[in-house]
Design a protein around this ligand. Structure first.
Ligand code: SF4
Length: 175
């Protein structure tokens, strides 16, 4: 794959399950976490999917004026954080909320060992963090699969120096 392109596993133009409101969900290809019980094991391999540019994906996003946000899911978005930065920048400029689902915890992302992670985080509004845990699976949770996962407001978390649950009320409550 080209370093600048995004390896895409799939796209849902009008999702109501990957965050509040109507969302454009980008499923990226490749995930190193291999959580038992993962719903998308076909996204684990890094050499599958389809290569797309940030501009191509942004064109698709712009076609739906009813969207309230964009969600990066996977696969593991932070495994190709550097490739996603230009798209995240375009999304931020468009005024749409950007949420990213990741199998990494907030603390792991902030170790500064994942290339591009801090830059992608800085362009993200909400992070749903941590691996899916079959042991902690709870079907009644909104917008996440297991109770160890947290829905964090990135700006508030950076300002506080610790993970802060999104307090907008749009993403649900911790338990
Ligand atoms: S992080 Fe997500 S895509 Fe990756 S194995 Fe876990 S549940 Fe599946």
């Amino acid at each position: 794959m080209s370093a600048n392109n995004i390896q895409v596993a799939g796209i849902v133009n009008d999702s109501i399950t990957d965050g509040p409101g109507l969302r454009f969900t980008l499923f990226v290809q490749g995930c190193p976490h291999h959580c038992p019980g993962c719903q998308n094991p076909e996204t684990w391999v890094f050499d599958g999917g389809e290569e797309m540019t940030a501009e191509e994906i942004m064109e698709k996003i712009k076609r739906n004026p009813l969207l309230s946000g964009v969600t990066f899911s996977g696969g593991e978005p932070f495994a190709q954080a550097e490739a996603l930065i230009p798209l995240a920048r375009l999304i931020q400029q468009s005024g749409l909320e950007l949420a990213v689902y990741t199998g990494y915890t907030w603390e792991e992302l902030n170790t500064r060992t994942i290339p591009g992670a801090m830059e992608l985080l800085a362009l993200t509004d909400v992070v749903v963090d941590g691996p899916f845990s079959l042991h902690k699976r709870n079907l009644s949770l909104q917008f996440r699969g297991s109770s160890n996962q947290r829905i964090l407001n990135v700006k508030d978390s950076f300002a506080s120096g610790k993970p802060v649950w999104d307090s907008s009320g749009r993403w649900g409550l911790p338990e």
